[in-house]
Ligand binder design. Structure first.
Ligand code: GRF
Length: 195
């Protein structure tokens, strides 16, 4: 049966759009049943609405703490019961309570070659370290930040004269295909122990 995805994002939404288009074009045997943004009025929300996807805003600024925000998120997700929760530029740290409720079914894309550079400013850190390559990783989310089992990675060269912007763009250009490939692995089934 076609599996369902809920995509969580915070801003631009280019990964969300690529995944939604892959579903619409049957490149990915899945259906996006909900797109959630924790910020109102984002480009990502417009892109989701243009694609006639169901959207919801769970605005983190309206909650007193991380736990109450995550409970609202859980309630919104429970209404659609997605097979997979796909974090795509979702700039919130999830509580262990939330991660446990959706154990093994939350996937994230991170713009570094994990386990290198978990957290923020990955491209600046790769440049400052003089690395010759960067990349992106798709991984299962656990309660430890950016530390869950990696499903797939892509390597991207760092060129002399690169800036954080040029490197971020080169990595982003590869992220969309990477995310689709990783979701294919998860959906196809459990041939990866992590999924
Ligand atoms: C991507 O670089 C992703 O790896 C990171 O945040 C960015 C989101 O971009 N987690 P977009 O919103 O999908 O365009």
């Amino acid at each position: 049966m076609t599996q369902t995805l809920a995509i969580l994002m915070s801003g631009r939404g280019s990964n969300m759009a690529a995944i939604a288009d892959a579903c619409a074009n049957a490149v990915l045997d899945a259906r996006v049943t909900l797109v959630i943004s924790n910020r109102p009025n984002t480009a990502g929300l417009s892109a989701a609405r243009q694609r006639a996807l169901q959207t919801a805003v769970v605005d983190h600024t309206l909650f007193d703490d991380r736990q109450s925000f995550d409970r609202a998120l859980h309630k919104t997700l429970s209404a659609v019961q997605p097979d997979w929760i796909v974090l795509a530029g979702f700039m919130r740290i999830l509580t262990a309570e939330f991660v446990d409720l959706w154990h093994g079914r939350i996937i994230n894309i991170h713009p570094s070659l994990l386990p290198k550079y978990p957290g923020l400013n990955t491209h600046a850190r790769a440049l400052a370290a003089g690395d010759s390559k960067a990349g992106a990783s798709v991984h299962i989310v656990t309660s430890e930040l950016d530390a869950g089992p990696v499903i797939a990675q892509v390597h991207v060269p760092i060129h002399p004269g690169d800036t954080t912007e040029s490197l971020a763009q080169r990595v982003l250009d590869q992220e969309h295909a990477l995310y689709i490939k990783a979701l294919q692995l998860c959906i196809k089934g459990l041939d990866k122990p992590a999924c």
